[in-house]
Design a protein around this ligand. Structure first.
Ligand code: PMT
Length: 400
């Protein structure tokens, strides 16, 4: 569940060819649990129909400021005050100009002028229009007023020319909407550090020892904290895309992860260690690829640093991170092993998951964890998405 769940969003669509991508934006917002009211300008309707959006949102689509059914409130007044976000995608040079000059000659620009809620625009136009001094000035005016912007990207434009002016992709726009909404989140002002993925301990230049962690749990923790307004550092080994608005530190080995975590935790409010850190690494890294012989091969392994124990030492000296949460990946005796790690690593909470299950732990989208608290509390959560597990963990850290 993201911070879009339960939010009311006006998706304003203006007249550009990128309007066809707005259907994907509407669909993603609805799938994330947002209530989406679509407003199409007259020129937007030349590119895409109200029926498309009515089918996707299951709600009435607004097109005309004067189309007010009897006994209903004036749409632009109601929509502008009862929403959490006004998202305009695509935003043409014309609509941007109207907004920058306080014009309200259609329903969408009237909502933009009347609303006291956050506005996010996704500009889309030809490069010459984007670079024109008038557009530059209009964008600067909107930015000064606090209007957020995503894109435009550089690439092939509708004219066939290459340049800046392409609307950002729907996923990027939805992500930007999450970041705008995060500004009112319950973790605003918090600094948190999250680790993700399995460490890779090299044997030689082409081989390494690792585990099955793909990083989804840690990345979900980072995204949920960001959506709730926290400033997030994500130390990750995973090849997953960097969540926007998160400070990402890419590492490989347990030693590199230890360094990155110790660099990130001063003054931090919380550390959540979802990474599957190798306990052992090869004693020597062969400088050249090891050639196969007739016999077997014996690798000599030595211990890696226990990052949480290093963190516990630093915390005892400085008080930071204020809260520390670990994970326990177990296949047997989940409760006993998790409680032993909670005490030995001096954690506030440990999230125990049974990684022998096929629907929890490594790689999959879902997880089933039991949270053990240093105060003796035990919270057994049902099987849920990793995003929902992340929300439960942050609820404890943020004291909800
Ligand atoms: O990444 P995914 O594919 O989404 O999978 C998620 C997950 C299964 C990896 C995750 O939910 C999880 O369980 N992460 C912890 C895995 C792990 O290393 O567990 P552990 O029981 O071996 O370690 C206990 C804790 O000590 C962990 O918080 C670990 O990060 C930490 N640790 C471990 C070894 C070490 N040298 N230093 C550490 O700090």
């Amino acid at each position: 569940m993201t911070n879009l769940h339960g939010k009311r969003i006006v998706l304003g669509i203006t007249g550009g060819i990128a309007a066809y991508k707005s259907a994907a934006i509407a669909s993603r917002l609805v799938q994330s649990g947002a209530m989406v009211d679509v407003v199409l300008t007259e020129s937007a309707q030349k590119f895409i129909t109200p029926l498309t959006f009515q089918s996707l949102t299951h709600r009435r689509v607004f097109t005309d400021i004067f189309d007010i059914p009897p006994a209903e409130n004036i749409p632009h007044i109601e929509l502008s005050h009862q929403i959490d976000l006004l998202l305009i995608a695509p935003a043409t040079a014309n609509t941007i100009a109207k907004m920058a000059h306080g014009q309200a000659d259609n329903l969408l620009t009237a909502i933009a002028l009347a609303t006291d809620k956050p506005i996010l625009i996704a500009p889309a136009m030809e490069t010459d229009m984007w670079e024109h001094p008038a557009t530059r000035r209009n964008i600067a005016t909107l930015t000064e007023w606090g209007v957020a912007q995503v894109g435009p990207a550089a690439g092939r434009l509708a004219s066939g020319r290459m340049g800046r002016g392409r609307m950002a992709e729907p996923d990027e726009i939805v992500d930007a909407a999450r970041q705008v909404l995060a500004k009112n989140g319950d973790m605003v002002g918090m600094r948190v550090v999250v680790t993700a993925g399995g460490t890779r301990e090299p044997i030689d230049p082409v081989r390494y020892i690792t585990n099955r962690s793909g990083g989804k749990m840690g990345h979900a923790l980072a995204e949920v904290a960001r959506d709730r307004g926290a400033q997030v550092t994500l130390v990750t080994t995973a090849g997953l895309p960097a969540p926007s608005g998160v400070s990402v530190v890419r590492v490989n080995t347990a030693a590199e992860m230890a360094d990155a975590v110790l660099t990130a935790i001063p003054e931090s409010d919380a550390l959540v260690m979802a990474a599957a850190v190798a306990d052992y690494r090869p004693a020597e890294i062969a400088p050249q690829k090891i050639k196969k012989g007739d016999g077997g091969l014996t690798l000599s392994l030595v211990r890696t640093p226990d990052i949480l124990q290093l963190v516990a030492k630093y915390r005892a000296e400085t008080g930071f991170p204020r809260k520390v949460v670990g994970f326990a990946a177990e296949t047997t005796d989940v409760r006993r092993n998790a409680q032993e790690k909670l005490a030995r690593k001096r954690l506030d909470w440990i999230a125990a998951n049974d990684v022998s299950r096929t629907d929890a732990g490594f790689g999959v989208e879902t997880n089933q964890v039991t949270l053990f608290g240093a105060d003796g509390s035990v919270v057994e959560l049902p099987l849920m998405s990793k995003t929902a597990v992340a929300a439960e963990i942050w609820n404890r850290v943020a004291g909800k």
